[in-house]
Design a binder for this molecule. Structure first.
Ligand code: AHR
Length: 529
């Protein structure tokens, strides 16, 4: 349905009215049909997991300021960041890396005498090791998240990894458990997830899949969890072991690890296979995070949407070896990787976060939701101050990014049930790039309500969306929408509210909900009878 008045306006006039580098457009209405009678898989809340690496100011400054800091903190962990993360119910935090994990020696970071090292991967910064295992567990406790610890397979030993597990999970009759108690933590910690290496095909040791799978069998067996509350195969709290898996479209680790797993015996297993896949159109990352135009916008969205086919490709291989879908595909590094902020320390991976990146986050969540039967965990890279961050800090200042607000808006997706929708996505075209104009995913949330996520990728045209619910009438349709003056709009310390959600409501008539989605927007609408 076209609004004729605008359709005949001269293009130059429309361009002048839109405070963006792109001209306004008109598009027909989109019809979305919700098939509420055919629920799909449960969307595991762990697809909203975080990744926090010892990299730049991701930990030091971003999470840890030390107990003597003038920045308000609890036992050294900054309180503003904790409050922001608590509000979005972070399910888990992957730590300590990344590439850092494969050079991390955990004993340097426990007890009264910390040993500093050089963070060779990330700018050669000095790693003071003041934030170690006990501080990480305290941080998790403060935000209410579960542990996802990556052990050092690249440059550590199996004995070191197994000793670390004992430090975290064994009782005080063991020396490692007694060490933990001496450091002030009498009770064993829960370690819900353990990563057995990181990018072993690259920074984690550049291993052939066969070599890695041989190591994996030993690590999967001997990195034991001793916590009494986590024992037993059918225990929902049992630890999940996550193997290194593929990067992007390379299937060699998917094949290698899953084939080995299909031939396993009683002595080892895994519960997850990791996929690392960043939104980075060209390597090395060179696109700016601020001030970009529509060329970059369209190219980044096109790259992000490749995640869908990528997951399908790896999931098909997993189906071949694991038709019962026992092993989860864990997308434990994803997000936009852009050029570092000019003037920022090299290797700190500092970038701004824009309205465009919020759309990237929403599109990824929708893709993960569509693959919820296999993708049961994902961790955005990274939580604070690194890559596609949710939070930026500078000394005492903190600002929430557009990507943070998408996490907040998607809270109803946590542990919800996927509900199929039928819709004609339409087309947003820029130069040679053709993308869907609209994306839509519906869920039945744990609060019993139906929620609809709608994304308008078109940077210049609003979209009229008409939603029908077979056999049902709506009594109320309201939620939140995130949009901004431009696709490159950002939140800064000085102007923190440029990209923040605002209320949106649908109009109800004859069992149809009609909603106007602003250009370049993400909406989450609760549909009530
Ligand atoms: O997230 C930054 C880096 O990207 C991680 O350390 C590594 O695993 C990946 O290559």
């Amino acid at each position: 349905m076209r609004k004729m008045g605008l359709a005949v306006a001269p293009l130059a006039l429309l361009a002048a009215l839109v405070p963006s580098a792109v001209a306004a457009r008109e598009n027909p209405a989109t019809t979305v049909e919700i098939e509420a009678g055919q629920p799909g898989a449960k969307i595991d809340r762990h697809i909203f997991g975080q990744f926090a690496e010892h990299l730049g100011t991701g930990i030091y400054g971003g999470v840890w300021v030390g107990p003597d800091s003038p920045i308000p903190n609890v036992r050294g962990i900054r309180s503003d960041v904790v409050a922001a993360l608590k509000a979005i119910k972070v399910p888990d935090v992957r730590w300590p890396g990344g590439c850092f994990a494969d050079e991390y020696h955990w004993r340097n970071g426990v007890g009264p005498h910390r040993r500093s090292t050089v963070n060779a991967n990330w700018g050669g910064a000095i790693e003071p090791d003041t934030f170690g295992t006990d501080e990480y567990m305290d941080f998790l406790h403060q935000i209410g998240a579960e542990a996802y610890v990556s052990v050092n397979v690249g440059s550590g030993t199996l004995e070191e990894a197994s000793d670390w597990m004992a430090y975290m999970t064994a009782d005080q009759r063991s020396s490692a458990g007694a060490d933990r108690a001496a450091n002030g933590h009498a009770e064993p910690y829960a370690v819900k997830y353990v990563g057995l290496g990181n990018e072993s095909w690259g920074c984690g040791g550049n291993m052939r899949p066969q070599y890695y799978t041989d190591l994996l069998k030993r690590y999967a067996r001997f990195t034991r969890n001793y916590n009494p509350a986590q024992q037993g195969d059918t225990n929902p709290n049992a630890m999940q072991r996550i193997a290194v898996g593929p990067t992007d479209d390379d299937t060699s680790y998917t094949e290698g690890v899953m084939e080995a797993w299909s031939k396993r015996d009683w002595s080892w297993s895994i519960e997850g296979l990791s996929l690392h896949s960043y939104t980075v159109p060209h390597w090395p990352p060179s696109l700016p995070s601020v001030g970009f135009g529509e060329d970059d916008y369209a190219s980044i969205l096109e790259t992000t949407l490749k995640m869908d086919q990528r997951i399908a490709r790896h999931a098909a291989i997993m189906d071949k070896y694991d038709p019962d879908k026992k092993v989860a595909l864990v997308v434990d590094e994803w997000g936009v990787w852009l050029a570092e902020n000019p003037g920022s320390p090299k290797g700190f991976l500092q970038q701004q976060n824009s309205m465009r990146d919020a759309i990237v986050a929403a599109l990824n969540f929708n893709i993960f939701a569509r693959h919820a039967d296999r993708v049961r965990m994902a961790n955005i890279a990274q939580m604070v101050n690194v890559l596609q961050s949710l939070i930026l800090t500078d000394g005492p200042k903190m600002v929430l990014t557009p990507t943070y607000y998408v996490h907040q808006m998607y809270l109803p997706f946590q542990d919800a049930t996927f509900v199929p929708v039928k819709f004609d996505a339409g087309e947003y075209r820029h130069g040679q790039i053709k993308l869907p104009r609209i994306d839509a995913v519906a869920v039945k949330a744990t609060d019993g309500k139906l929620y609809l996520s709608l994304v308008n990728l078109d940077p210049a045209a609003s979209a009229e969306v008409k939603v029908t619910l077979p056999g049902g009438r709506f009594g109320k349709a309201a939620g939140q929408v995130l949009t901004a003056p431009n696709v490159n709009s950002v939140n800064t310390f000085e102007q923190p509210n440029t990209v923040t959600p605002r209320p949106i409501a649908g109009k109800l008539a004859g069992g149809v909900m009609t909603i106007d989605l602003p250009a370049k927007s993400v909406a989450m609408v609760a549909l009530e009878h």
